[in-house]
Ligand binder design. Structure first.
Ligand SMILES: [Zn+2]
Length: 318
């Protein structure tokens, strides 16, 4: 199973064409964007990791507290983590004191290493399953993959996994700021956390939500759980939702991504009930998903998404 999984990742990252990146090979040209007075984001490109972006392709969140900076998802390479630290230094003289990793996909946490190079005492948090994966063979495979597809430009030398684990309902306090953790079960992965910045009316959704972008869903994903997690987030009625890929905004981002997941699941279920095999149903499902075909990632992800939803529905029938 592990072999199959590795081949899958290598295949999707190696053999598919990549859109031109917005950055020069040496530069990190993505700006800091203000979300609230205390929350900033850096929006990475939707491209797969490549020698130009050097593994940076996610939305990084920077929260200012009176005790220092708290970071969510510091990029997908040591290089990205170091460049993000430089950006933060243009915003504040305060050190990075804490980092949260939303889940175990390496494009969200391999930047821990770059942050640690400047701030050795920053405390890194993640879900227990995320910490275990990052410390094990899974984390090593991600580091090797990113180093390979960036042609050695990611700068990664070692794994820096979370120091501490957090789970649903935990609250981490940094000076006057509280960070409340949500985990509603398997969704995008079995180790997602969403993070509320209490008092700022803001929620970082991790990859449970992407803004007009489709990405990988592996064997620990639950499409049904992902929909439920989005419903949970919508009920909380935050003013600012910050996805882990794409721009921050209002509830409409969640509603739109939820609609993709529901249309996908409902269409596959209908065809499954009619006795159509997974490899036969792709044209009909793609047609039903017509509203989403312009989203980056659609062409390469929709096939694997159909296969995984099919397996999920098949498992539910027993
Ligand atoms: Zn992910």
């Amino acid at each position: 199973m592990k072999m199959i999984h590795t081949l899958y990742i290598v295949t999707i990252f190696t053999f598919l064409t990549v859109a031109p990146s917005a950055v020069s090979a040496a530069g990190f040209d993505w700006p800091l964007e203000r979300i609230t007075d205390r929350i900033y984001a850096i929006y990475g490109p939707f491209d797969l990791p490549d020698p130009e972006n050097r593994g940076f392709r996610n939305t990084v969140v920077i929260v200012l507290t009176t005790a220092g900076v708290v970071l969510f998802d510091p990029g997908g390479s040591a290089w990205a983590g170091e460049r993000i630290v430089e950006k933060i230094k243009s915003l504040t003289d305060e050190p990075v004191v804490a980092v949260f990793n939303s889940h175990a996909h390496g494009d969200h946490w391999l930047g821990n290493e770059g942050v640690r190079n400047s701030y050795p005492s920053a405390v890194i948090y993640g879900h227990p399953n995320m910490k275990a994966k990052a410390e094990g063979a899974y984390g090593k495979r991600w580091r090797e993959l990113i180093n390979r597809v960036t042609e050695g430009k990611a700068g990664g030398k070692k794994i820096v996994a979370p120091d501490k684990t957090v789970n649903n309902g935990d609250v981490i306090t940094v000076a006057e700021t509280k960070f409340r953790i949500y985990h509603t079960g398997p969704a995008h992965t079995d180790n997602d956390i969403a993070i509320e910045v209490v008092g700022e009316d803001a929620l970082f959704t991790g990859d449970i939500v992407r803004n007009r972008f489709l990405g990988m869903m592996e064997e620990d994903a639950s499409f049904k759980g992902n929909i439920s997690a989005i419903d949970f987030m919508l009920e909380k009625e935050f003013g600012h939702y910050i996805p882990a890929h794409g721009l921050a905004g209002g509830a409409d981002i969640l509603i739109e991504y939820r609609a993709y997941l529901v249309t996908l699941r409902d269409t596959v279920k209908e065809l499954y009930d009619d006795g159509v095999a997974d490899f036969e149903m792709k044209p009909a499902v793609v047609k039903a998903l017509g509203d989403y075909q312009e989203w980056p990632g659609f062409d390469i992800r929709v096939g694997p998404h159909i296969s995984r939803v099919y397996l999920e529905i098949e498992a539910e029938e027993f």
